[in-house]
Design a protein around this ligand. Sequence first.
Ligand code: AMP
Length: 398
Amino acid sequence: MPSLPVLVLNSGSSSIKFSLYQACDSTQTKLFEGAVDGIGTDLGKFWIKDAAGKKLVDQTPALPTRAVAFKLVADALHSGSYPAPAAIGHRMVCGGPTVQKNQLITSELIDEMERYTAFAPLHTPIAVYIMREALRLFPGVPNFVCLDTYFHRTMPEVVTHMPIPEEYSAMGVRRYGYHGISYESIVYQLQPNVPGRLIVAHLGNGASISAIRNGQCLDTSMGLTPTGGIISGTRTGDIDPGVLLFILRKIAQTTESASAAADQLEIVASKKAGLLGVSGRSNDMRELREAIRDGDAKARLAVDKFVWTIAKWIGSFVAELGGLDMLVFTGGIGENDIATRAEICAGLGALGIMLDPERNNTRGKATISADNSPARVRVIPPAEDLIIVNHVVRLLGE
Ligand code: AMP
């Protein structure tokens, strides 16, 4: 296949990130990347920089709506200053039970994925909106969906099945798992020496952890929605269902309809909980570390809970994998927060995880375990856009 410009779109609740690669089967070269950030505000950010990091666009436009934000991106790409995309890859968090493979996007496929908005309610509406806009604004250009759930398709039924009545399972309620494109990118970067028993901890504002056997996902912490699993910036993670019922009943006392009460509960569990809920201060690890330095006991508790849950999940995954060859940290916290990595690993010596404090005193790609550590511990930044480009190139060739 000839080398083609491939655009990657990754939409979030208040931002649209994009990058353009020149790609064929064997090589992928990033040409530029950019973002519109601050959607819904009067003072957004719109920037594009080339592969060397040189800013090509640096603006602070009003971004009242997603439509305005995406039009800025489309206009820039149509301006003639950049190669026009020959194909577009969209990151999609969850396509529901019927859309589990990366594939060509049609309007029918978008409608089908939209039926399962409840499984990723903070992500799906914006992603399907951008897909429809991309089909409209880039006519004739093939668009492909790349799912975070795709990497987790190899999990056995005992992992994916939820202990609930069958009627709900039949509606697609099961463990899907998220951050899959990040996990896929770690396995990709480890090739050709992917360890047999691998645990990857994706620790960012959203956080999850996966057990990977021979390069294939065996288990992951997130469940039906990205709210499950380990606690993260603003999400509860796994929690006694009785806690949610208690909060729901409290909310229902002052709410008019059941659906409004459910919406409020969703905000509590997804946007007000986690590190933010416990600390009462911030969901941002850098701010929490500063607060800890100032003696803030709630910030300390929030970070301790984060560390404790991750260590517990690592322990259960080591048991599931029957041992451990490598632990990889990735995501904003995993790559940068030296203290979090040290605190997680401090109690895991019995599992063969031993850090070298000096090697751990670093940010970005590195091996941070001691020479005598039975399991190797590494820090590897994710390369999600590259994985999306690879899928697009493969699907174009099919
Ligand atoms: P992400 O969602 O992957 O962008 O990660 C965001 C999280 O990474 C936030 O909690 C940040 O505070 C954290 N983070 C980013 N840089 C650093 C750093 N230098 N030290 C500690 N935490 C960081």
